[in-house]
Design a binder for this molecule. Structure first.
Ligand code: TYD
Ligand code: MG
Length: 455
């Protein structure tokens, strides 16, 4: 029988090779290759089917256990993103760019949970305790009953957690943690994976909720690519544009609540302040109507949010005109330009197109198609859209307008913010709104002809 060989497997992409190297040839990740023993190692190893294991106890799906009580921090934007508060013994990852405000957010959350009677431990591996205490003082949190530790040795941290048995432990950050049984530097894939694994299993075994802070690399991934995301129950990203005041906490995975939920915060001198009415924030100061500016009635998570698309169209000196998009999908923009040309006879060849979502929020709904098309036309024709108008609807490749979900919520939000006209696809279902005039169109060409007198 041929001797089975040890193989070296990349922990990022799963590629396998016969020798170790510092960098995976398949995916280019550094330090991600580990030795894996062959499956049938050891002389006594038997095929799984040959030796009998024990029978796993099975149950049915019905349960009369109540759902676990959630602990609210009192920071409404934070609790909502968690799906209605913190679930005991859950593991949560909060990722974001360095300097975006993760430590600030979690120190504020720690203080709120602690003030609500939850035993809370905050472990910082990045800052000295004096630094954290100074920050707490500046944020007016110095009196909150949070226990603060500064440590990076995972073994010591686990021992401390075991002795203290808090309800919540915050680890800032997972990249600074060091497991002494793993032979690589802190921050490496194997260390991050080992530390996250230990902390998550500890959370489940001992009933301690853990929040792990993770820095995001330039490519937008939490280092230890994706491995930590699989291990935890909830993944939150804290995002924001540099130079903008506000920050968005977004749930990208949540075993205990809706994904895609967002919480909106504003970074102030006194820490992060909640923004209860994000629509007002994302709409720029709209004194005069401007060509290219269109308000889209969107849905973020479970909440309607109005955002403004801004578009500029200018003759291009380049043989291949520019298509610059911020806050929306470039591929989707190309599709809308193609539909405008093919179905409405409006070409954008030889024109540079710049499209931004004001305020730095990202929109990913196809429901924004019609708002984008409107912004494009408004900029191209130099005709302003009245500033009391909101637009939404999906555009199909045939140029038909398709109704989108949550029409009623979108319209209500528009009405609440003082808009008086809504442009929507024909088959949208909506109740009567006395102060909101609804304009329905079934296809893009009809809409373009009516509003811009072209098409
Ligand atoms: P921090 O929470 O340290 O970021 P992270 O943990 O994600 O790396 O936030 C640092 C930034 O936040 C820093 O640039 C200063 C700013 N900040 C304020 O504007 N106001 C405040 O009250 C605090 C504490 C920080
Ligand atoms: Mg930090």
């Amino acid at each position: 029988m041929a001797k089975s060989q040890t193989s070296y497997v990349c922990q990022t992409c799963g590629a396998s090779s016969t020798k170790w190297s510092g960098r995976c040839d398949a995916c280019g990740a550094w330090n991600s290759i580990v030795e894996e023993a062959p499956l049938s190692a050891g002389p006594g190893a038997k095929a799984l089917g040959a030796a009998r294991g024990r029978t796993v106890p099975l149950t049915d799906l019905a349960t009369n256990e109540a759902p676990p009580p959630r602990a609210a921090s009192g920071i409404a934007e934070f609790d909502r993103v968690l799906g209605g508060g913190l679930v005991p013994a859950s593991a949560i990852l909060v990722g974001g760019d360095p300097g975006i405000g993760k430590s600030t957010l979690l120190l504020q959350a720690a203080a709120s949970f602690a003030r609500n009677g939850l035993k809370t431990l905050y472990i910082s591996g990045e800052e000295a305790s004096a630094q954290v205490r100074m920050r707490a003082q500046r944020l007016g949190l110095a009196d909150a009953p949070v226990s603060l530790g500064t440590e990076t040795n995972l073994r010591d941290i686990l021992t401390t957690l075991d002795a203290e048995r808090p309800a919540l432990a915050i680890i800032d950050s997972i990249q600074t943690m060091w497991a002494d049984n793993v032979d690589s530097a802190p921050g490496s894939v194997s260390q991050v994976r080992a530390a996250a694994h230990e902390l998550v299993s500890f959370a489940k075994k001992r009933g301690v909720a853990v929040i792990l802070v993770g820095h995001v690399t330039k490519e937008g991934q939490i280092a230890g690519p994706r491995v930590v995301e699989h291990m935890v129950d909830t993944v939150l990203y804290f995002e924001g544009e540099r130079g903008h005041q506000f920050r968005i906490l977004r749930a990208v995975k949540n075993r205990f609540g809706p994904a895609d939920e967002i919480g909106v915060f504003e970074m102030t001198g006194g820490g992060l302040a909640e923004v209860g009415n994000p629509s007002a924030l994302f709409l720029s100061d709209r004194e005069e109507p401007a060509p290219g500016a269109v308000v889209f009635a969107g849905i973020e998570g479970t909440r309607p949010v109005l955002v403004e698309f801004q578009c500029l169209v200018a003759p291009s000196p380049l043989s291949q005109p520019r298509r610059s998009v911020l806050g929306w999908d470039g591929g989707r923009l190309a599709m809308i330009l193609a539909v405008l040309e093919a179905r409405c006879g409006i070409p954008f060849a030889g024109l540079d197109v710049y499209l931004n979502v004001a305020g730095g929020i990202r929109v990913s709904e196809p429901a924004a198609d019609l708002a984008v098309a409107t912004a494009l036309l408004s900029a191209r024709e130099d005709i302003s859209v009245p500033r009391d108008t909101v637009v939404f609807g999906e555009i199909s490749l045939s140029g038909a307008l398709r109704p989108v979900g949550q029409t009623e919520n979108r319209l209500k939000e528009a009405q609440k913010l003082g808009f008086t006209t809504a442009i929507t696809p024909s088959r949208s279902k909506a109740g009567d709104k006395p102060d909101l005039a609804l304009k329905h169109y079934s296809d893009l060409a009809g809409f373009v002809g009516d509003i811009f007198g072209a098409g």
